[in-house]
Write a protein that binds this ligand. Structure first.
Ligand code: OAD
Length: 231
């Protein structure tokens, strides 16, 4: 039996948009409603931690009402024919809930909080969990398990290795505005086919096949292209 080709997906907020989760930079997106440096930066958290806890409590509650969409499901189904790795900038759990087995979260996870005094100590939380700066779990004050602006991105290096091992690389639903995540494309080996699914795609290097559709339609189109060559 020959090994399955490795399909690496780099996903952003757009893949969850059709599940009802707001993106950040689209019209009406989260960063139009909330000042990003207040709710999602290290300085903002130091200035007003209660506001930051509240912001992520709301995101978690919204996530509890959302369901994976067809794009998340297709990615799971592609595991039958491909060795699929998902590298996501998203902090939601919709890839996991759709059944994807290999998911790396570059920017943290809503469904975990971590000890303020020990970043490696993670605690799972529920969709209705509300934390505050005074919340103590197992003797530790906690904070959202989110990579704030002005903080390092510890999962970036493992992500570059996965990107470098891709036989096919797919970018979906991201404005490619935030680094280092946007730079993952540069770790993909020369000659590897690269696709970019997004209804309002940002400029990408020549050679990238752009599928200018919403994620659900774009993933269906991608699956048709990939499976035609495979079966
Ligand atoms: P953005 O909000 O910057 O970009 C969302 C992208 O999704 C845009 O390119 C849209 O065109 C696209 N989009 C909208 N609807 C779509 C749909 N139905 N199907 C597919 N694509 C759609 O979100 P990200 O690029 O994910 O980080 O943002 C990157 C990071 O910036 C986030 O992880 C977050 C944010 O600040 C942190 O908070 C650390």
């Amino acid at each position: 039996m020959t090994a399955k080709p490795r399909l690496v997906i780099s996903s952003g907020a757009g893949i969850s948009a059709e599940s009802g989760i707001s993106t950040f930079r689209d019209a009406g997106g989260l960063w139009e409603q909330y000042p990003v440096m207040d709710v999602a930066s290290a300085d903002g958290f130091a200035r007003n931690p209660a506001l930051v806890h509240r912001f992520y409590n709301e995101r978690r509650a919204d996530l509890g009402k959302a369901r994976p969409n067809r794009a998340h499901e297709i990615l799971h189904e592609l595991e039958e024919d491909f060795d699929v790795y998902v590298i996501t900038q998203n902090v939601d759990d919709l890839h996991e809930r759709a059944g994807s087995t290999k998911v790396l979260h570059l920017h943290g996870e809503l469904m975990k909080v971590r000890a303020v005094d020990n970043p490696s100590l993670l605690f799972p939380v529920g969709y209705d969990t509300c934390t505050t700066p005074d919340t103590v779990i197992e003797g530790h004050k906690v904070r959202p398990h989110i990579v704030f602006f002005q903080e390092a991105v510890p999962m970036f290096e493992p992500a570059t290795e996965i990107a470098g091992s891709a036989d096919i690389f797919v970018i979906v639903g991201t404005s490619l505005a935030v680094y280092p995540a946007a730079g993952l494309l540069h770790y993909v080996r020369a000659g590897v086919p690269v696709y970019y699914i997004d209804p309002r795609p940002s400029p990408v290097p020549a050679g990238v096949t752009v599928i200018p559709l919403p994620a659900t339609e774009g993933m269906a189109e991608l699956a048709r292209i990939l499976l035609k060559d495979r079966r």
